[in-house]
Ligand binder design. Sequence first.
Ligand code: HEM
Length: 66
Amino acid sequence: MNDYMNPFDLAAKMWKMATVMIPMQEDELGAQVEFTGDELADIIAFLHDDKQQHKFTKDLLPPSKD
Ligand code: HEM
């Protein structure tokens, strides 16, 4: 993400996409992703931090449900 995004706008986008996203999360991960306000703050910080994103590797992904 290049530009700063207002966290309320991100939450509004997630709300708007929820009907598409939740069934996909259930299908891919076995359940809807749930997080606290602090975890959402961490996700938003991660989305704005190119350096941290480059530290993220496939090995850090949770195992698939299959
Ligand atoms: C922490 C987890 C997640 C967050 C914070 C998140 C956030 C978002 C946001 C903000 C959008 C709107 C993007 C835009 O309009 O620019 C979006 C769309 C979407 N997300 Fe997620 N997402 C998460 C997990 C997932 C997972 C696990 C899946 C699928 C397995 C998923 C599937 C989708 C899809 C398919 C869209 C696009 C819907 C459309 O354009 O019709 N998301 N997500």
